[in-house]
Design a protein around this ligand. Structure first.
Ligand SMILES: C[S@@+](CC[C@H](N)C(=O)[O-])C[C@H]1O[C@@H](n2cnc3c(N)ncnc32)[C@H](O)[C@@H]1O
Length: 254
């Protein structure tokens, strides 16, 4: 079964589609309604790579942590359909406006709600690609809502909330289609909390095959921009390493 629009008789022409496990981007893709102003959003290249490789025109992408709508905007630009869920009402209104101003086509729905709520998924149509970019536990506080994963009380609480959302998303994802997880690790009290591996394991408790672990650089991380020498001093003094990477992990539903 074909899961993209790539013409394999012409495969040498797809220089823009990445197949290596190390993604180094010089800068954030700009243009149209894309913007990098939301602290905690991902670069458009990430959903774009996944959409081009794992969907056909006219198929549906679901992003249950829509943020400021990067996945939905890329879906519209690429003539796919999209569904987004986002806890922040303000973001939802902003995404609606951004989508109106985005060229392209398709059916695009952004819902205000909690992706842990299984009622949202009960009447949802089937989707062909899921893109999950959860909060990195409490690294950035997104809202005051107790259902916000960034307000999880502890690591177990974060993982169990994340796991609930994976189950909800899986209930609407077609078999043999892809789920993409984008996440970074964090430090707590000087030690690494490997959120990438921990969340990957939560997903693998479900019916998924692991298809790729991509490491992507975060050279542009605003939190550390300009403070690099201070971080380097702290790293040298305290024996740790400064995060420059995040994970983009690919799973195929059995
Ligand atoms: C890392 S950001 C996603 C950014 C997005 N990829 C973008 O490029 O704009 C995580 C988002 O998840 C939202 N969120 C947290 N918990 C949620 C929940 N239970 N249901 C729905 N959205 C949630 C936060 O409000 C935040 O906007």
């Amino acid at each position: 079964m074909k899961i993209n629009d790539l013409d394999m008789s012409n495969w040498k022409s797809y220089d823009d589609i990445l197949t290596d496990s190390l993604w180094i981007f010089e800068s954030r893709e700009k243009g149209f309604t894309r913007n990098g102003e939301y602290h905690g959003n991902f670069i458009p290249q990430i959903p774009r790579q996944a959409i081009l490789r794992f969907t056909k025109k006219g198929e549906y992408i679901l992003d249950p942590f829509a943020g400021l709508g990067t996945s939905l905007i890329e879906a519209k630009l690429l003539h796919r359909n999209s569904i987004g869920i986002e806890l922040s009402k303000e973001n939802v209104e902003r995404i609606k406006k951004l989508l109106q101003d985005t060229p392209g086509d398709g059916d695009h729905t952004i819902m205000h709600g909690n992706a842990m709520d299984e009622n949202i998924f009960k009447n949802m149509r089937k989707i062909q690609l899921a893109i999950l970019h959860p909060p990195y536990w409490n690294a950035i506080k997104f809202t005051d809502d107790e259902n916000d994963l960034s307000n999880s009380k502890n690591l177990n609480d974060f993982l169990s909330k994340f796991s609930k959302i994976v189950k909800n998303v899986s209930s609407v994802l077609d078999s043999h289609r892809y789920l993409v997880l984008v996440i970074g690790d964090i430090y707590r009290r000087g030690n690494v909390i490997p959120l990438g591996f921990l969340t990957m394991n939560e997903i693998l408790k479900n019916e998924y095959q692991l298809k790729g672990i991509v490491v992507k650089n975060i050279e542009e991380n605003r939190g550390k921009r300009g403070k690099y020498s201070l971080w380097r001093y702290r790293a040298l003094l305290n024996g740790f390493y400064i995060f420059k990477h995040e994970y983009v992990i690919f799973f195929k539903k059995k």
